[in-house]
Design a protein around this ligand. Structure first.
Ligand code: BGC
Length: 369
């Protein structure tokens, strides 16, 4: 069962890679170059035995890598901030896939500052990169970012922070790769509905919760907040929101909010919804410090399936989480980028490509570790 799920997730990722590559056109070029280069390098290394020969082979390998990078192109990647747990996993996956395909990659830290990121985008344009992959600092800056890359004619993949379809329709060499955040919110609600008392631990006929929100400017935060609760009410549960506060995706803020609310509302809190795992890990620290026990007298759910959260799900310290598939999204972003490089354009209304979320419980958590 476990193995099947893992295989399914992996198969899904490669299927997506395959299907998106199929839309491409000239997207097989970098792969072919890299494969040929790798073969040549291996053959050369095997044939030579002396130190000098090894050195020469190494030099060859460097040259071939450069050549492959040239053929693959120069890619500029802008991340909203490096100091974000989920985006760290994501950017590492992205870099590995791009470099594995022979691209020359530069990844910039936007430091959560849109002005800084705008400069980085302009620098990449000045350097004439072949394509851009951008995780905007602010979704509200999407119009400006799209106008800038359109002006420069650079194929661009937006990731993680989804603009509206209307904003994206301004530029047909632009696509968004991410997830439909409504799905993750719904899954969080389902995780609560799957508990023996459907979240109503004290049996008073309603589920009393606090909501620790990500950056509310981000559609992921908006939808997760809305759809987690909607799943409960759609299932006929009564709900009571004791508190809703922004934790900006941040572990320390998650801890502070949960600590204050636990002091204020005590045992009235039956569920803590966190828009992401990092805040849930912070909330867990507060829950434990308050002497409460997850799955016995309180429920706790997050999103992302960070390693730390998976461990807590397995240990019974988190009720569940939702896989936000960083590897799948990174693979999807690269495939979409290659399709753009191959000349594909995207029609208005068809510029969002989604990777599925997966519900994570103690039963399947190990599959994602
Ligand atoms: C993730 C968060 C992350 C945010 C950054 C969300 O999709 O769930 O963990 O902080 O993206 O924009």
């Amino acid at each position: 069962m476990k193995l099947t799920r893992k295989v399914t997730a992996m198969a899904l990722a490669s299927m997506m890679v395959f299907s998106m590559a199929a839309c491409g056109g000239s997207d097989s070029a970098p792969e072919t170059t890299t494969a040929a280069a790798a073969e040549t390098t291996t053959a050369a290394a095997a044939a030579e035995t002396t130190a000098a020969a090894t050195e020469a082979a190494e030099k060859d390998a460097e040259t071939t890598a450069e050549a492959a990078g040239g053929a693959g192109g120069n890619i500029g990647v802008c991340i909203y901030k490096f100091d974000d747990a989920f985006m760290t996993t994501y950017r590492n996956a992205l870099q590995e896939i791009l470099e594995g395909k022979g691209y020359t990659v530069t990844v910039m830290d936007g430091k959560n500052d849109q002005a800084e990121q705008n400069n980085q985008i302009n620098n990449f344009i000045a350097q004439e990169v072949d394509a851009l992959i951008i995780n905007p600092v602010m979704t509200s800056a999407a119009d400006q970012i799209i106008a800038t890359v359109k002006d420069a004619g650079i194929p661009t993949v937006l990731i993680n922070r989804e603009p509206t379809a209307e904003q994206m329709s301004a530029y047909d060499k632009l696509v968004y790769v991410g997830c439909d955040a409504r799905q993750s919110g719904t899954m969080q609600g389902e995780l609560i509905l799957d508990t023996p008392n459907k979240g109503d631990i004290n049996g008073d006929g309603k589920v009393s919760y606090i909501m620790i929100q990500g950056d509310p400017e981000n559609v992921d935060a908006q939808y997760r907040t809305e759809f987690s609760v909607k799943a409960l009410t759609d299932a006929g549960m009564e709900v009571e929101e004791l508190d809703l506060q922004r934790g900006d995706w941040d572990r320390n803020k998650g801890q502070e909010i949960a600590q204050n609310d636990l002091a204020k509302f005590g045992n009235d809190i039956e569920v803590i919804f966190c828009n992401n795992d990092d805040m849930a890990i912070g909330a867990l620290q507060a829950i434990q410090a308050a002497g409460r026990k997850v799955n016995e007298d309180i429920y706790l759910v997050g999103v992302d399936a960070l390693d730390a959260a998976l461990n807590e799900v397995v240990n019974g310290n988190m009720t569940g989480t939702v896989l936000n598939d960083a590897n799948g999204q990174a693979a999807g972003a690269v495939e979409a980028m290659e399709a753009l490089l191959g000349g594909k354009t995207y029609a208005a209304g068809e510029q969002s490509i989604y990777v599925d979320y997966v519900k994570v419980t103690p039963e399947n958590a190990a599959d994602f570790q």
